[in-house]
Design a protein. Structure first.
Length: 222
């Protein structure tokens, strides 16, 4: 698994225009307050967990986990807002209150059940499965799906959306890959969303993410 050091702006945010994408690159997670960074590397003992942070404390939870050595990813996109009469480009969470953490089952359990400082953090449960005790287990995302999701959302494009199935009008059920432009390497299915051709990315049992508009010339069938 290749890794990539963060390419950052002076404010500590990733600069998507400076990131060179390949099919196996994921950036470092970094706590901009302490400077602590963690690289993502495949580990057979770890899984991608979906955590929910209440009261808008996603960034606070992320800082805590990164300082503890856990790789964290929060999907964000740019939005335009009017502040004091001026238009400003600001980052906003693509999926409110959700962060993804790559860690062991034991460490995930410790964060949720044995860490008072994270009493606002909880699992996002898989409501489509049951464990031996007939309870919904914590939702985990396959590495291949998560890496595809990161490739798409690290662009922080303002036209990224977390969408419902009813919003996606699929052209076919065929899998495609984007071969040019800022979404190069992203895999999914072609659909029309808000009147534009986009590629829809799936995170199993969690949801769908729509890219920005992608021309047909930038798409190849897999």
């Amino acid at each position: 698994m290749s890794t990539l050091s963060n390419v950052e702006t002076p404010g500590g945010e990733l600069d998507p225009s400076s990131v060179k994408f390949t099919l196996d690159i994921v950036p470092e997670a970094k706590n901009v307050q302490t400077g602590v960074s963690v690289r993502y590397v495949h580990d057979e003992n770890k899984k991608w967990y979906v955590f929910r942070a209440s009261y808008g404390r996603v960034d606070k939870a992320s800082d805590f986990l990164i300082n503890d050595g856990t790789f964290v990813y929060i999907a964000k996109r740019y939005t335009n807002r009017i502040v004091n009469g001026k238009r400003r480009r600001m980052l906003k969470a693509l999926i409110p209150n959700i962060l993804f953490a790559y860690t062991t089952p034991e460490k995930a359990e410790g964060y949720i059940k044995r860490t008072p400082a994270l009493n606002y953090l909880s699992y996002y449960y898989n409501h489509f499965e049951q464990d031996d005790q007939q309870k919904n287990p914590p939702l985990t995302i396959a590495c291949s799906e998560m890496e595809n999701f990161i490739r798409a959302t690290i662009t922080r494009n303002e036209h990224l959306f977390f969408v419902k199935p009813s919003q996606c009008h699929y052209k076919s059920g065929e899998e495609v890959q984007v071969v040019d432009g800022p979404f190069t390497g992203v895999k999914g299915k072609v659909a029309r969303v808000s009147g534009q051709q986009r590629v829809i990315i799936t995170l199993s049992q969690f949801g769908l993410i729509s890219t920005a508009y992608i021309p047909s010339a930038f798409i190849e069938k897999i």
